[in-house]
Design a protein around this ligand. Structure first.
Ligand code: NAD
Ligand code: ZN
Length: 367
């Protein structure tokens, strides 16, 4: 039996359904929420080869008409060109307002298909079937959709909440181990931001999650989605003075700088950058005297027990500290010459600070 996690937002309420073999039961699971028995599936070539037949069979069984559009895998597809190709194909058919877009794939497919859904006819219904751990615990919850432009990542986008999310942990059995670890880093992040029990749970069960044990995965996805849903519900459009949603960027300022330095060419997965960034955010907080060193030691111990990247020197690339600093200073988080960072008072106690001296950041990068 799948777990149902209700997400209640100001303008939308939907369930995240988490469990095994959900794709092969998608027809029955989706029929109650679809406004019309007609859908357009957007997926990438890798995922299409693995899971599209099962989804199509499940939809056919329930009498749901479908059409599938496939994109090339990878971040490069999250672009205007692919967006245009997809919207052209959809509009050519004379799509109706009640036809639902289904995103079947990782965060790239989810963000792109979500933006297609958000913008086509000013908004088509949308369903997420995330197939990477990262997309199950992070990108499929929260309603952010978008594409990249030559000016940077995720610069064109919209908030568009799904009718439903089906997180089928069985699909993670085919995910490369590196992708699994990268997604797991976002789960650890959630615990470190504001859910110390989740971090404790990770310390006990992280190895089972990385061994793709279905029960451990279901529980990990449930807890991480519940955490993200709570944060998003309090700050749906990233506009609260409380800055709730900004906390989700714990470890990301460092992570983004590493990714950007490598030119987003896939050598470093986003979650790998986050893993290192989490350690550095704790190290920075200890250096600033706001976090007990024991908590940093616990984070380091957990990352090292699971052989996750925790330091820049764990990477087979060399970085210049000045280049990393320049990236962080150019980041949108820079205001009035001071660096804005998510810091911690300890495990599960993240807060935003707009006042981090650049020298301290540099020191942490060098150590
Ligand atoms: P991805 O979608 O590129 O998937 C990673 C790789 O795994 C791809 O090659 C894909 O084809 C393959 N794959 C997917 N599912 C598979 C499966 N079950 N078995 C085997 N292979 C599979 O990457 P991702 O890490 O899922 O997502 C990254 C994207 O998510 C980025 O573009 C990022 O900006 C975005 N993101 C968005 C949000 C948000 O809130 N909207 C949050 C975090 C990240
Ligand atoms: Zn992230």
């Amino acid at each position: 039996r799948p777990v149902r996690l209700p997400v209640a937002l100001e303008h939308a309420a939907y369930d995240v359904v988490i469990g095994t073999n959900l794709i092969s039961r998608a027809g029955a699971l989706l029929a109650p929420v679809l406004p019309q028995k007609k859908v357009i599936i957007i997926t990438d070539e890798n995922v299409a080869a693995l899971y599209l037949p099962a989804l199509q069979e499940a939809l056919t069984e329930t009498g749901i008409e479908f059409r599938a559009l496939t994109i090339a895998p990878g971040e490069h597809s999250k672009c205007l060109k692919t967006y245009e190709r997809l919207t052209d194909a959809i509009l050519e058919e004379g799509v109706e307002r009640r036809t639902t877009i289904i995103a079947l794939g990782g965060g790239v497919v989810g963000d792109l298909a979500g933006f297609v859904a958000a913008s086509t006819l000013r908004g088509l219904p949308f369903v997420q079937i995330p197939t990477t751990l990262l997309s199950q615990v992070d990108s499929s919850v929260g309603g952010k959709t978008g594409i990249n432009t030559r000016w940077g990542k995720n610069l064109l986008g919209a908030f568009h909440q799904p009718l439903c999310v089906l997180a089928d942990v069985s699909a993670l059995s085919t995910l490369p181990q590196r992708e699994l670890v990268a997604g797991y880093a976002e789960i650890v992040k959630s615990g470190l931001i504001g859910d110390p029990e989740l971090f404790q749970w990770c310390e006990k069960n992280g190895d089972s999650v990385l061994a793709a044990d279905p029960d451990a995965l279901t529980e990990a996805v449930r807890q991480a989605c519940a955490f993200k849903a709570r944060v998003v519900a309090a700050d749906e459009r990233e506009a609260q003075a409380s800055n709730g949603r900004a906390l989700l960027n714990l470890g990301h300022t460092f992570g983004h700088a590493l990714e950007a330095e490598l030119g987003y060419d896939g050598r470093l997965l986003h979650g790998e950058g986050v893993s290192i960034g989490l350690k550095l955010a704790f190290a920075l907080s200890v250096k600033l005297g706001v976090c007990p060193p024991e908590d940093l030691a616990r984070v380091e111990a957990h990352l090292s027990a699971l052989k996750m990247p925790a330091s820049i020197t764990d990477l087979p690339y060399s970085f210049r500290v000045a280049d990393l600093m320049a990236h962080m200073q150019r980041d949108k988080k820079m205001q009035d010459g001071r660096l804005s960072f998510v810091l911690v008072n300890g495990i599960g106690k993240a807060f935003t600070s707009r006042d981090v001296p650049a020298e301290m950041v540099r020191d942490v990068l060098i150590e």
